[in-house]
Write a protein that binds this ligand. Structure first.
Ligand code: NDP
Ligand code: 8X3
Length: 259
């Protein structure tokens, strides 16, 4: 499949799954819009992608800021304005405390980014897809949108909301030609846990200890597969787990002699 004439917009493409999606799509010589807050990282990635033949536009964007989303995405010009594939990936977790010890700032950040940020971007870009009678919105949900685990109530609530929004959006867009999907990964080794634990690298690495997590590239390959189905096929929901993981809490961990 080639995406050569298509414009793909990826939120949260400065690291992890978003960055891997950009690299995976660039192999098919696509027009890519990279959006995130750390614009210097986006610029480094853009250089790599351009070497693969992709046309790249970088946008410094905080998806929580509705005015900024409308300004940057609502005023794109020419072929950049015709976003064919939107990957709603920007998201994060903060903290693992029980609710009775939780921090309001962490809750605001998760809900504002994972839920309202996704809505801001979708609301801004979906009307043009509807007008063109084609397009695809791929949300990065999570196993945490299907289960809940201790200390994860608010993050899980945000991803349950993504699941509900995905389903509702699919209903609202039914008949317009616009496809809506969710790819819901289990444990993926990215900067996710470092962000969750506010930079505590040792604690973050324990999340993936003695097991083999998914890589960001594993998730990206699935996103590209979803995007490359024929127009009449919608791969609506995919739960993508590491083989070592059965549920949020059931993870097979096997220390080696060296660890
Ligand atoms: P990373 O921390 O590596 O990447 C998160 C990305 O989101 C970064 O590019 C970050 O960019 C961006 N981001 C965060 N807040 C904002 C914001 N306000 N505005 C714009 N961009 C933002 O983690 P992952 O790659 O793992 O996470 C990507 C998605 O995958 C998230 O939605 C996460 O919930 C989901 N997920 C992750 C799993 C995992 O185990 N890692 C499993 C299941 C789902 P910047 O800081 O530059 O703005
Ligand atoms: C990230 C996966 O299990 O850490 O969405 O919540 S988990």
């Amino acid at each position: 499949m080639t995406f050569s004439q298509q414009t793909v917009l990826i939120t949260g493409s400065s690291s992890g799954i978003g960055e891997a999606c950009a690299l995976a799509f660039a192999g098919s010589a696509v027009r890519l819009i990279l959006a995130a807050r750390r614009v210097e990282r986006l610029q480094q990635l853009a250089t790599q992608l351009q070497a693969k033949g992709a046309e790249v536009l970088t946008l410094e964007l905080d998806v929580r800021d509705l005015a900024a989303v409308e300004q940057s995405l609502g005023t794109l010009e020419g072929p950049w304005a015709e976003v064919d594939i939107l990957i709603n990936n920007a998201g994060l977790s903060r903290g693992l405390e029980p609710i009775q010890e939780g921090r309001y700032a962490d809750w605001d950040e998760m809900l504002d980014t994972n839920v309202k940020g996704l809505l801001h971007v979708t609301r801004t870009l979906a009307p043009a897809m509807v007008a063109r009678k084609r397009g695809q919105i791929i949300n990065i949900g999570s196993i945490a949108g299907r289960e809940v685990y201790p200390g994860g109530a608010v993050y899980c609530a945000s991803k349950h909301a993504v699941h509900a929004i995905t389903q509702g959006l699919r209903m609202d867009l039914n008949g317009t030609g616009v496809r809506v999907s969710t790819v819901d990964p289990g444990l993926v080794h990215t900067e996710f846990s470092q962000v969750r634990f506010h930079g505590d690298h040792q604690r973050a690495e324990k999340t993936y200890q003695h097991m083999t997590p998914l890589s960001a590239a594993d998730v990206a390959a699935t996103v590209v597969w979803v995007a490359s189905r024929p127009a009449h096929v919608n791969a609506a929901e995919i739960l993508l787990l590491p083989t070592d993981q059965a549920t949020c809490g059931i993870v097979h961990r096997q220390p080696t002699n060296h660890e």
